[in-house]
Design a protein around this ligand. Sequence first.
Ligand code: GAL
Length: 836
Amino acid sequence: MLRTSILLCVAPLLWVCSSVEASVSYDDKSLIINGQRRILISGSIHYPRSTPQMWPDLIQKAKDGGLDVIQTYVFWNGHEPSPGEYNFEGRYDLVRFIKLVQQAGLYVHLRIGPFVCAEWNFGGFPVWLKYVHGISFRTDNEPFKAAMQKFTKKIVNMMKSEKLFEPQGGPIIMCQIENEYESVERQIGPPGKAYVKWAAEMAVGLGTGVPWIMCKQEDAPDSIIDTCNGYYCESFKPHNSHKPKMWTEAWTGWYTAFGGPVHYRPAEDLAFSIARFIQDKGSFVNYYMYHGGTNFGRTSSGLFITTSYDYDAPIDEYGLPRDPKWGHLRDLHKAIKLSEPALVSAYPMATSPGNNLEVRVFKSKTACAAFLANYDTKSSATISLQNVQYDLPPWSISILPDCKNAAFNTARINSQSSHTKIAPINGGVFSNWQSYKEETVSVDDSDTLEMDGLWEQINLTRDATDYLWYLTDVNIQPDEGFLKNGENPVLTVMSSGHALHVFINGQLSGTAYGALENPKLTYSGNVKLRSGINKISLLSITVGLPNVGLHFETWNTGVLGPVSLGNLNEGTRDLTKQRWSYKVGLRGEALNLHSLGGSSSVEWVEGSSLAKKQPTTWYKTTFSAPEGNDPLALDMNSMGKGQIWINGESIGRYWPGYIAQGNCRSCNYAGTYTERKCQTNCGEASQRWYHVPLSWLKPSGNLLVVFEEWGGDPSGISLGRRRTKFVCADIYEGQPTLTNWHMLASGKVNKLQQKAHLWCAPGQKISKIKFASYGLPGGTCGSFREGSCHARKSYDALERNCIGKELCSVSVAAEVFGGDPCPGSIKKLSVEAVCS
Ligand code: GAL
């Protein structure tokens, strides 16, 4: 990599002027890398949300998708599980991840945080940090600042010693300190301001040689670039005019919470938002997420976040391109790259040729690029530029990298769309399940901890487990009225979260749980009590710790009361302050039942004795790995709530019993997007399938262990392959495409020519053309229908070119389909091809 060792002072006030070897600097237009202004396209891939075996392919797919930069947070609690004990192995091998990005020829944006938010457990903070004497998170607090500085320094020094910063020849071009701090600062005032100043000085003082950013931090000190996060960022302006306009989180979709719907964001709108940002002087865009991945183990946060962190990202949870999103954005990136010389050398000149219409031209001595925009959400429009007319669908932007020929329109998708499925393998189900019943603990059990009153859960578990038993006895006198009239007492339990199972004398009596909007819960139900001593056992369960909110480290979890028993002779008896006993974790956890060694330490039962629909039950089975390299997933729909392990590795929490509620109406790409706009899965499990990384499997003898809390049927669990079901192309004649652009720009042709490209996932082939129509077909992918104009030979060319192939392409032209079925009309080709 070529590097300059002179000072790069493009604008007079650049902070980098003070650094010795400034190979990454910036001005108001963009980052400047080795003397060159760059429009950079970046994407978030969080290394612990996939396996190291997946990393090279994900990075390659990001590169093929037109990315220049990979952005990741650094996950403190993964790296320092206990004070001073570090982990940089396996999924936490940060250096390996960054070196792979470097090998692929891409840059890295390292968001050290160390607060990361990210729907990650405790926002990335280790739980032990909460118990440091006198600590207060994310404010002008000495113990906190000392810990934050120590970790940040540790990471920076590690990067330096591996020569990973750009001035050292490495790929890291930019770092981040803190994360969206502004809203906290607003609430806490002066200590917040002091903390921001301190954080900036601390970070810059580490001498990385690359710029630091703070996202959503309007008052970021001058040594820091402030950046935007959101669904749209065109109106964002950096706080200072010599800073480049950068977008650190362009949300490609949204996260899923158990009980919530699955969100998706149409590719047309995402592309529109990016083009809109670039035409408004934006020079760095990062997709959050480009690959969302999986919250393995207990890494997801206490917003009831699902194990899947798919995010509707351009690469799906399993590592496959999500089309049309991936392909459409790739085309957008090519068009932006073609425009880069003009974008970095000129300021845009904006004109408005009509209501809701805008033209932005970047023209320098050597280059010219134009962006034509139609902001109307309903009507198409025609814009004329230098006497040429350009058609624009609603809510769309066309990019003309030479100010003459359109290469791309954000609402016209030329890449294929694909639909995936999880195909069960050989029926998919497992044989030979064995079960082991987790005993309900009571006050009488040994090794319980006895205390007065109700105690906060994390204080006792230190988040080493999701589970804490709250145990107490209730004495019922023989003369209680309910023993005669049968009107059972009402037990009321108030808990700060997240889920609760109530056992009375060893029997499950009821369950309650909170939700994303409110983790608190109240259990209230009639309980069967007998005369004498009754055992109340409350199993309180966390679904991760909070990851965002003012001083979330002080928020409580678990049964904090009141707990009361109503409908007794005395009225209501308050149990809150009486003696309670505590047991941290499950017996099965203590025995390591999830591991190969531990699973043989107890007697399991099978066959007709197998427990079914029983609460708190462990299940295990062994299986052979399926052949091939398709990504794998477990269908857990027959189960309620619990956790899964394969060969001792935790797949994560499952909770298909939590049904998604939302607003799953149809969704048009046009108009301002929010996560409330486009939702699916209403009335179904929020997450049904759970990703099984291929690298966790051996050829045979794989141990699958499931801990079920509610009661489920393991015979319904199946393993399936993630495969492409069918792919579609839906292309109008005469649309701008990149291929056209090159041919038109070079003067090779004067007419637009289209091609439909289709491809199945690796290892799959096109087996059938389910639908093909050249003419005026209607419908969308999966529900195309012939229109009044249809070429009779529509199927021929596709069947000839595509059947039996992994990929194929066919020109969208009348002669290919046996002649023009309706001269004078603009026709299109719609195809649906089955992949097998
Ligand atoms: C942002 C935050 C990210 C992530 C995102 C939602 O505000 O910076 O870390 O939490 O929201 O997915």
